[in-house]
Design a binder for this molecule. Structure first.
Ligand code: EPU
Length: 433
């Protein structure tokens, strides 16, 4: 009996993928989700009109837009340029992030730093866990406390206040992306200098710092483990135009599709220097790449992929967001690969879905042992989160028969027309009801 709720009158869309390849042509990579959401939050810092370009057409941008609108910052897509987001900070800010929006998008916790800096108070719902486990925010709060904020947790909300932020020397226990971003955005308007040691170094953080600097902030050390933020008065900040850094995880997904299906594809906009570890791992598996002015050319000649061991680490290490893609490729590679997850121990839920396609994977704590099989068989699977959903799409392009992926709203949160882009390369894939 079919009990799936999607067989109701309003069936949600699914992705139908069939074995495909070789892929050919070029695909453009939009701006990064994990950059644009933070840039949007940073507009809380100064009044006026902003123009963000290279903005991905993803659901999370809409959700962040709703959250900011509730606070007094409006956003709309420029009708003439669909990748351009026009934002206006009206100057009347309500420093509150309600539960129903924070729950939908965990990245909304990054409004805490700018709200404190701008308004001196903030009331932000506690973000919940994710499908891949607990995601605490203790480092965000500790860092902001060092800058002079105090917090109370009341009825599921973080109530924050400060009599004025001041610079501080902060050493993070772990290079947390979100904590680094919150502290930087608060420190921009703090009195005096702030030093953040063991800061996260992701390209999206460098993009945020570049955006803040063009607004009038003074941040040094971008891309290094130590960030120096020299606080400025709020009157020094102004709204700006900015192009969002290309999405290295979307780029990695198209590259994984080439690895899975063979072929030769120019991933336009991909920046090889942001993806060195990933490209190195692909090469070890037998997938070649050449950086070009316009992007990265990726080619795979049909020989069986080789297995390897890989562990996730903060940037410039191998990103946890790439991991489901590599696990998927290892399912059909020659040999046994051991994948170790060092950031989110619970981020292996999609393994059960890959097993439904015939993959031979065993997990033990934060390790997965992947024994390559000769081929996957299509089946119905469910996308448990954004990146795992994309990896299941790639698996569907390798599997015999048909693979139907449901819960694709997760994929839409972070991918800008994944299906259309893959189809344009020759993949046999469509969205169906
Ligand atoms: N952590 C703490 N305490 C904190 C903050 C983090 O213990 O106060 C732990 C987390 O539980 C996790 C590790 O530190 O084990 C890393 O967390 P981090 O703060 O670096 O991650 P994040 O800011 O919550 C961002 C991305 C994730 C990406 C991670 C790691 C956004 C919106 N999200 O999350 O992206 O996996 O960095 O690179 O930027 C995705 O795009 O699908 C996604 C999940």
């Amino acid at each position: 009996m079919v009990t799936d709720s999607s067989y109701s009158a309003e069936r949600p869309e699914r992705i139908l993928a069939r074995r495909s390849g070789p892929l050919h042509g070029e695909v453009s990579v939009p701006g990064a989700k994990n950059a644009v959401l933070k840039l949007m939050a940073a507009t809380l810092l100064a009044d006026g009109h902003y123009e963000l370009s290279n903005v991905p057409g993803i659901a999370d941008v809409g959700t962040m837009g709703e959250l900011l609108a509730a606070m007094g910052v409006t956003s709309r897509i420029d009708p003439a340029r669909p990748d351009v987001l026009l934002m206006e900070n009206t100057g009347v800010i309500t420093p509150e992030a309600p539960y129903d929006l924070v729950e939908r998008i965990r990245a909304s916790i990054v409004v805490l730093g700018p709200l404190l800096a701008r308004c001196g108070v903030a009331r932000v719902s506690m973000p919940g866990g994710d499908d891949f486990g607990k995601r605490p925010i203790d480092m965000h709060l500790k860092g902001l406390e060092s800058l002079g904020a105090t917090f109370e947790l009341r009825r599921g909300y973080i109530e924050a206040r400060t009599d004025g932020l001041h610079g501080a020397d902060i050493t993070l226990d772990f290079p947390s992306v979100g904590a680094t971003e919150n502290i930087v955005m608060a420190a921009v308007l703090a009195k005096g200098p702030t030093v953040i040691d063991n800061a996260a170094r992701e390209p999206e953080i460098a993009d945020l710092c570049a955006f803040l600097n063009s607004m009038g902030a003074v941040i040094e050390g971008m891309g290094s483990p130590t960030l120096y933020v020299h606080g400025v008065p709020q009157s020094d900040l102004r709204p700006v135009q900015h192009a969002v850094v290309p999405d290295r995880v979307q780029a990695a997904t198209y590259m994984a599709a080439v690895a899975a299906c063979q072929g030769e594809v120019l991933v336009r906009g991909a920046r090889a220097e942001h993806m060195e570890m990933y490209l190195r791992r692909l090469r070890e598996m037998g997938v070649q790449s050449t950086p070009q002015n316009e992007g990265v050319l990726v080619y795979s000649d049909g020989r069986r992929l080789r297995s390897l061991d890989v562990q996730t680490l903060p940037y410039p290490g191998f990103a946890t967001d790439y991991k489901p893609l590599v696990v998927t490729l290892l399912t059909v590679a020659d040999g046994v690969g051991i994948v170790t997850e060092n950031l989110y121990p619970g981020r292996f839920r999609y393994v059960e879905e890959l097993q439904r396609l015939g993959a031979d994977i065993r997990t033990d704590g934060h390790h997965a042992v992947v024994r390559g099989v000769s081929s996957l068989d299509g089946a119905q699977v469910r996308a448990p989160d954004i990146r795992a959903g994309a990896a299941l799409v790639v698996a569907g392009l390798m599997a015999s028969g048909e693979t139907v992926i449901s819960d694709i709203h997760h994929v839409d949160r972070g991918y800008d027309d994944l299906v259309g882009r893959l189809a344009s390369l020759g993949a046999d894939i469509e969205r169906v009801r």
